[in-house]
Structure formats: structure tokens, C-alpha cells
Design a protein around this ligand. Structure first.
Ligand code: IPD
Ligand code: CA
Ligand code: CA
Length: 261
């Protein structure tokens, strides 16, 4: 394993342990609302601190961009961290959330980890070295069209998001598929694309830390990722489409006429 991936895995497992230990005291957790329906708990913060501590011990000069504490340092190496993706699920004891850690070098994703502390599934990706689930190689699914496909998505939930615009895309996609899932952790949704459990995914308004690790893991598993127009502005726009190559293409084609609003 690449030494930097090894550090990312160690950091993710440390964060996962913190998250797991707090699962049986959810009722006594301090929770702050950062924005409408956007929560942060002491667990998010403790998990993030553990990740940053692990990375800094190994690579003190690297830059860090983390959801809760922001950006620190300045380097060609940038770690992008979501300590707990799916906080709303976590706070309800709904077991679908994950730790997401990615490393970019000169703006190119190099290493990625998504760790589900409940199932203890560890998804990893290393540029040029493929994607793995618990150290076994994973590939995207082989489904060829939307018919029969299981598609993931995320619903708008913040005040500044346009629910009607999203519903236009939902109406265009949902009836053509075998089913749509809104599981509540974008990072795990992307990991599931890489593992072939979902065939495609789309969501608007995500943050870099929601998707950075997932993008690399999907690409290393043979999948494709773009913004809604087939371009690569997903980190800036937060709008993302991904899937196995055939379903990805079908999603883009079917979304395009409904992006007007
Ligand atoms: C959220 C999850 C969710 C997505 C939201 C994200 P958080 O992350 O990824 O699936 O729909 O847009 O903000 O806030 O739980 O880290
Ligand atoms: Ca997130
Ligand atoms: Ca988070």
C-alpha cells in the first residue's frame, strides 16, 4: 500500500472508532445547527481532530482542508477531509455514514479512503493502482442502460437549494430505472458506485469533502464522473453525475433537457 494511503487508512480508522464509541450515547450529544438542516456534533469535531492529528504526525508540511475546521497550511499536497459524512443519519442512529479522506497532489487526486465504521467496510483508491473494498479489487457494475439500474441521489435540504429544479431531474430519471435510493451519505453513495452496488448517481450542491475520495475510487474502479454538462467542474459547482460508463452516459443524456430551471 502507498505510504500516504496507509496514513489515510490509519486516520479513517481512528475517526471510525470515535464515531462507533459514541453510537450508544447519541441522546447526550451536543449538536449545533450550522445552517438550516446542517448539523455538526462534538463527534464530527473529535473525529476530524483525530484525522488531522494522524496526518500531521506523518506529514506536518501538507495542507489540510477539513469540513469543520477549514483550511490550514499551504502545500502541493492537500488532504480533503469529511470526518463524518451523513451526520443527520448518524444523529438518528440510521447506520449509513462514513469517514472520507482524499489526498491531492498538484491538484490531482492521488489517494482516497471511505470508511464505514458500522459495517467496517474500507473502500480505498490509489491513482493507477485500482480501487479496493477491504483490500479486494472492486469494479463498477456492467449494467448497460437505465432500465434495470439502481440509481443513487441526494435531495436538496438546505434553504438555498432549489427543490423544484431538482424534482425536474428526479421526474426525468426515476421512472426509467429499477429504483432510486437516497441513503444520506454522498461519500458512501460514491463508494457503492465503485463497488457495483449502485449503477449511477447524481446530486447538486455537494462540497469537495463529500466527493473528493469517492471520485478517485470510482475512477480507479472503471467508472466515470462529471458535472451535469459532462465537464469537470464538479468541485467548483458541487453538481455531480457518476456511474459505470454506460449508465453515466445515459444519466447525462436524460438529465440534460431538465437542467433549465
Ligand atoms: C451530507 C451528505 C448527504 C448529502 C449532503 C451532504 P454531511 O454530508 O453527504 O448525503 O446529501 O449534501 O452535506 O453534512 O452529513 O457531512
Ligand atoms: Ca459531507
Ligand atoms: Ca460531514
Amino acid at each position: 500500500m502507498h505510504p500516504m494511503l496507509n496514513i489515510a487508512v490509519r486516520a479513517a480508522r481512528r475517526a471510525g472508532d470515535i464515531i462507533n464509541r459514541s453510537m450508544d450515547k447519541l441522546d447526550s450529544l451536543d449538536v449545533v445547527s450550522k445552517d438550516h438542516n446542517d448539523f455538526v456534533s462534538a463527534v464530527d469535531e473529535a473525529a476530524e481532530a483525530a484525522i488531522i492529528d494522524t496526518i500531521k504526525q506523518a506529514y506536518p508540511a501538507h495542507q489540510i482542508i477539513a469540513e469543520e475546521s477549514g483550511s490550514q497550511g499551504d502545500s502541493d499536497y492537500v488532504w480533503i477531509i469529511d470526518p463524518l459524512d451523513g451526520t443527520t443519519n448518524f444523529l438518528h442512529g440510521f447506520p449509513q455514514f462514513a469517514v472520507s479522506i482524499a489526498l491531492k497532489h498538484q491538484d490531482k487526486l492521488q489517494q482516497a479512503v471511505i470508511y464505514d465504521p458500522v459495517s467496517q467496510e474500507l473502500f480505498t483508491g490509489s491513482r493507477g493502482a485500482g480501487a479496493q473494498l477491504n483490500n479486494r479489487r472492486i469494479r463498477v457494475s456492467h449494467r448497460k442502460e437505465l432500465a434495470g439500474s439502481l440509481i443513487g441521489t441526494g435531495f436538496p435540504f438546505r434553504n438555498d437549494q432549489d427543490l423544484d429544479a431538482y424534482l425536474d431531474t428526479f421526474r426525468a430519471i426515476a421512472p426509467k430505472t429499477a429504483g432510486i435510493r437516497r441513503a444520506g451519505s454522498a461519500a458512501l453513495d460514491l463508494a457503492y458506485i465503485a463497488a457495483g452496488r449502485l449503477d449511477g448517481f447524481w446530486e447538486f450542491g455537494l462540497k469537495p469533502w463529500d466527493i473528493a475520495a469517492g471520485v478517485l475510487i470510482i475512477e480507479e474502479a472503471g467508472g466515470l464522473v462529471s458535472d451535469m454538462n459532462g465537464g469537470n467542474t464538479y468541485f467548483e459547482s458541487g453538481n455531480i453525475v457518476c456511474g459505470n460508463p454506460k449508465v453515466f452516459k445515459a444519466l447525462l443524456q436524460n438529465l440534460r433537457p431538465h437542467l433549465g430551471r
